[in-house]
Write a protein that binds this ligand. Structure first.
Ligand SMILES: [Zn+2]
Ligand SMILES: [Zn+2]
Length: 222
């Protein structure tokens, strides 16, 4: 059905789930992880390898609970000392996938409405879509709605959800360690290894310029 080879291993077949917390695994190639990381705006990390996604699937009526926990191998360059940084970033999430139809049903017309006309239309739609045989009691799952993702048909595509979680898990920028001292901007010495002594005069030229201005204004006012 899906010709895209990247998406194929991330499909969960809802009919195949027959026990609670049924194990589900998927291998992400290094290229897959890279694609997830570069998504909307490329970060400073690249994948340093593939990842094996471990998840547990539980069917609750038509809903599917997905609990996943795995590590993503990342590589980058310390933004202070430029050394290579590798880390295995843990990714953990729990998501409830609901059939697309009932997902729409649960949205209260007021939430998305920004005009009275729109609200009216949505209320109409809402009323039409509501069926007496709907097994989920409408409106009683508000607290859970935030973590719900829609799926349609008999398969859940985990790709988008995984991509989001991987992006969330990756730190904003690589650091070899929290207290990395970086390089001396004057001589390039790695200040973690040795203090070159430049740091005292090591003032940002922009501050130097400001100092000059302050001195000048002081002189002219006195
Ligand atoms: Zn560093
Ligand atoms: Zn130096």
């Amino acid at each position: 059905m899906q010709p895209d080879p990247l998406v194929k291993p991330l499909l969960i077949h809802v009919d195949d789930i027959d026990t609670a917390a049924q194990p589900w695994e998927a291998d992400l190639a290094r290229a897959d992880v890279d694609e997830m990381l570069t998504g909307d705006h490329p970060g400073e990390f690249k994948a340093s390898g593939g990842a094996q996604v471990h998840a547990k699937l539980t069917k609750m009526g038509k809903k599917v609970l997905v609990q996943a926990s795995f590590a993503v191998p990342l590589a980058g360059q310390c933004k202070r000392c430029l050394k290579d940084v590798t880390l295995a970033e843990p990714v953990e999430f729990t998501l409830t996938f609901v059939p697309a139809e009932s997902h729409v049903d649960k949205r209260k017309p007021v939430v998305a409405a920004d005009s009275p006309e729109k609200a009216e239309k949505q209320a109409e739609k809402h009323a039409r879509r509501r069926r007496p045989d709907d097994d989920s009691p409408d409106g009683s799952f508000d607290a859970e709605t935030a973590d719900e993702e829609p799926y349609s048909g008999k398969t859940i595509d985990l790709w988008e959800a995984l991509r989001e979680e991987v992006l969330l898990a990756a730190p904003p920028s690589p650091l070899c360690r929290e207290e990395c001292k970086g390089l001396c901007p004057q001589c390039g010495q790695d200040l973690n290894e040795r203090d070159c002594g430049h740091r005292v005069q090591n003032i940002d030229p922009r501050w130097e310029a400001l100092k000059g201005i302050q001195l000048q204004s002081k002189q002219s006012s006195s």
